[in-house]
Ligand binder design. Structure first.
Ligand SMILES: [Zn+2]
Length: 404
């Protein structure tokens, strides 16, 4: 079978998009500069293949067509040394999902630097479990959007608890006893940092870049949509405050931020009303793209899910302008249909979206089987065995999972 090489145009674009810097984490080596002669350029970088260019190459070819194999989406820019390193031993140490996450990270970093907002750049790279009461030791590599797939009791919430420590250790409270939890988070904020967390005997020990600290001092703003919208509070304002863990002033100013011509909501506002019993209530009025204004309570469950999602997007966009931000979405809670949700997935992976997203869901759905996502399948612990976290790679067939 022929080697599916990149065209000169694709190579050029890959190099330019990477600002001619190596995408291998921690390398960032400049791969272009002046040549010996005044009119020459010296380029030491390589357009490396993610899936292999030839049939028995590193990482295999998945089910990609020849066109897909030589498309820019299958390339990653690296210095000569790292381009060779990732292909050693058939690329076993550097699977497709890992390379894709590095590429997303590099793209994100360069786009951010290019936009002149380098100070707020941040990215959660990985979570490594060294010892845990729920899972076998493993590493999750995060992409721009990462999916954690697993049924009830598969341990999704545990992972979210551990991840949210980047923002606040509050959710560690239920992991203090009795069995040991020991893990490390690697993140950029904007320099590379390693936060190691160890619990046991009712206490938590934090190590940040090998120094003991009280908690993470390079905070990443984490917002978690981990609950269903609950109508039990006295009005829409109070319900939203509960959902986002924000005070009334913040929720009101958040509504003011909603201003879009492409999402579901055009704008939103809280309106003060007096009900039949003379009680004051704050109802949420939603202006849709067709110009109509609908009370939140009159929307369907899925429509309400979209409003909540767009409040979260407005919130994260606001945070991401000054600090690294991570949004956690528990997909089943929002009741948004697959087509509607696909719209947000496109948005999350676009360069317009400045924050990182982790989505949890029960099953592997069609929309996430394709390329470009970071997907992990969780298997819950049993009485005799620890649970497992395994990447769902499009190139490998596993029982119970189908290829794209
Ligand atoms: Zn390199």
């Amino acid at each position: 079978m022929a080697r599916e090489s990149f065209t000169p145009t694709t190579r050029l674009k890959l190099g330019q998009r990477a600002a001619y810097r190596c995408a291998f984490p921690g390398c960032n080596r400049l791969t272009i500069g002046p040549g010996v002669q005044a009119d020459k350029i010296e380029n030491s970088g390589k357009a490396a293949h993610i899936y292999a260019a030839s049939e028995y190459g590193p990482r295999g070819q998945g089910l990609l067509t020849p066109e897909e194999l030589k498309a820019i989406t299958n390339g990653i820019w690296m210095c000569g040394h790292h381009a060779d390193l990732i292909d050693k031993n058939s690329g076993e140490r550097y699977p497709v999902a890992v390379l894709k996450s590095w590429k997303a990270l590099h793209d994100y970093r360069i786009a951010y630097e290019h936009s002149g907002r380098a100070a707020a750049f941040g990215f959660v790279r990985s979570l490594t479990l060294l010892a845990s009461p729920r899972f076998e030791p493993t590493t999750i590599e995060f992409g721009k959007t990462t999916f954690l797939v697993g049924g009830n009791k598969s341990g999704k919430t545990a992972l979210l608890d551990w991840l949210s420590v980047l923002d606040s250790p509050r959710r560690l409270r239920r992991w203090l006893e009795p069995r040991q939890l020991h893990y490390a988070l690697l993140f950029d904020a904007p320099g590379e940092h390693r936060l190691e967390i160890e619990t046991g005997n009712g206490a938590v020990r934090f190590n940040l870049d090998a120094r003991q600290v009280a908690f993470n001092h390079h905070r990443i703003a984490v917002t978690a949509l981990t609950k269903r919208y609950d109508h039990s509070a006295e009005d829409d304002l109070a319900n939203m405050m509960k959902l986002f863990h924000l005070d009334d002033i913040s929720v009101r100013s958040l509504a003011e931020l909603i201003d879009s011509t492409t999402l579901y909501l055009r704008s939103a506002r809280f309106e003060r009303e007096t009900d039949d019993e003379g009680e004051m209530r704050e109802t949420l009025q939603c202006r849709l793209q067709d110009g109509s204004e609908v009370p939140f309570a009159a929307l369907s469950g899925g429509e309400q899910g979209r409003v909540i999602m767009e409040f979260a997007i407005a919130h994260m966009t606001s945070v991401a302008s000054v600090a690294p931000a991570l949004l956690i979405v528990e997909r089943p809670n929002l009741c948004i249909d697959d087509a509607g949700f696909g719209f947000y997935l496109d948005y999350f992976s676009s360069s317009e979206c400045r924050f990182q997203t982790v989505v949890t869901q029960f099953t592997l759905t069609e929309d996430i089987k394709g390329l470009g996502w970071q997907v992990y399948q969780l298997t819950g612990a049993t009485d005799t065995a620890l649970g497992k976290i395994e990447p769902v790679l499009p190139s490998k067939s596993k029982s119970g999972m189908t290829d794209r």
